[in-house]
Design a protein around this ligand. Structure first.
Ligand code: NAG
Ligand code: NAG
Length: 372
């Protein structure tokens, strides 16, 4: 038989054990109050997710979308997505819908690391500016709502921020200058808002950034030269803005850039050869600009485009023969230009339809009805 430990020691253990349990089970009262205020500014009529947020239960236990730090009982994550595979959605057989606004009480959750309130379609109002005081924030994802107002001017104070996704809202104003001081930012998504002004000249200070999705806004000015120093940038989308000036030659030397969407802007000048010869580019859309000159004859056996769209520009001359030596071109669109001459033969062209070449000056051969 094991002898029991001397009683002073075992009672000490018991005290430690009991206090551990009580810590683990206790949501910080201040956080619980903040969450109640947060909830009361929102209305989610279809799924009843807030039914789990009941006054007399612990916010760290069973509140839908809430996670806490088990040691401190502080709320670390709000994770509420309106598009989800979650059982609660499956059962209701529909995606989420929520109205209301983001209550500034959220700023009392000072241990918050991840704030996701995305794809609810109906949440409106502005982002409370006090959110920039939540120093632990790594993720802000408020995409897919009807949020208005500007990106908080002091967003740069969130030094740990890695993800900022405000896509598909109704935000306006300019990109605040402080945003470029977010040294940890990896993923910036502002797509489909009404953001205007120029891309900050020091945008390239975002050294960790790998995705910069700024399409479908009202951005103007030219492509900042500092972007050339972004060693991790893999996906750049500036499409459907009012960007003007030339496509810089250095864009073709960016080491990991593989998706580049500059379509539907006011870019002028020639297409730099470096962009077409960089075999790392898998998706390139330069459609609907005012690019001119001929298509550089720089393709080769390492050329591998999932999609290459140069349509609706003012390109002239012939389709370069080197394009027929490409390893793969999944989708090619060079329609609506002023190209002339025979469509080269070769495997990259075999699967293409006439629409890839339509509305040019005098192309012939290939899938076109016109023989050369
Ligand atoms: C390229 O951009 C244009 C204009 O924004 C768009 O209509 C087209 O679908 C895009 N091309 C591809 C292949 O996605
Ligand atoms: C296309 O280029 C030609 C000259 O190369 C110029 O005359 C014409 O105005 C240009 N068209 C557009 C729409 O820019």
């Amino acid at each position: 038989m094991t002898k029991l430990l001397p009683s002073p020691f075992s009672s000490l253990l018991a005290v430690v054990f009991i206090s551990l349990i009580s810590i683990v089970h206790c949501c910080s009262p201040k956080d619980q109050t903040a969450l109640n205020a947060f909830k009361s500014s929102l209305n989610e009529p279809n799924l009843g997710i807030f039914n789990t947020w009941s006054e007399n239960t612990d916010c760290c236990k069973g509140w839908y979308g809430i996670s806490c730090d088990p040691d401190s009982g502080r709320v670390t994550d709000i994770s509420l997505r309106g598009e989800s595979e979650d059982a609660i959605f499956q059962k209701a057989g529909r995606s989420g819908y929520m109205t209301g606004s983001i209550d500034p009480a959220v700023c009392d959750l000072t241990a918050l690391s991840s704030f996701v309130l995305a794809d609810w379609k109906g949440i409106s109002g502005e982002i409370p500016t006090c959110i920039t005081s939540l120093a632990s924030l790594r993720v802000i994802d408020l995409a897919g709502n009807k949020i208005t107002g500007e990106i908080p001017a002091e967003i740069g104070k969130l030094t740990k921020l890695a993800v900022l996704n405000l896509a598909e809202n109704r935000m306006s104003g300019e990109i605040p200058p402080s945003l470029t001081s977010l040294a940890e930012l990896k993923h910036l998504e502002l797509t489909e808002n009404g953001i205007s002004g120029e891309i900050p000249a020091d945008f390239g200070s975002l050294k960790m950034l790998s995705r910069a999705l700024l399409g479908r806004n009202e951005l103007a000015g030219s492509i900042p030269g500092s972007i050339s120093g972004m060693k991790r940038l893999a996906d750049l989308d500036l499409s459907r803005n009012h960007i003007e000036g030339p496509i810089p030659e250095w864009m073709g030397s960016m080491k990991v850039l593989s998706v580049l969407n500059l379509d539907s802007n006011s870019l002028t000048g020639p297409i730099p050869g470096s962009i077409l010869s960089n075999s790392g580019f898998g998706v390139l859309n330069l459609s609907r600009n005012a690019l001119e000159g001929s298509i550089p004859d720089v393709f080769g056996s390492t050329t591998y485009f999932m999609s290459l769209d140069l349509s609706h520009n003012n390109l002239s001359g012939r389709i370069p023969d080197s394009l027929s030596s490409a390893k793969f071109v999944g989708h090619l669109d060079i329609s609506h230009n002023r190209l002339c001459g025979p469509i080269p033969m070769g495997s990259p062209f075999d699967h293409l339809e006439a629409s890839s070449f339509s509305d040019n000056e005098c192309l012939c051969g290939g899938p076109l009805m016109k023989t050369c």
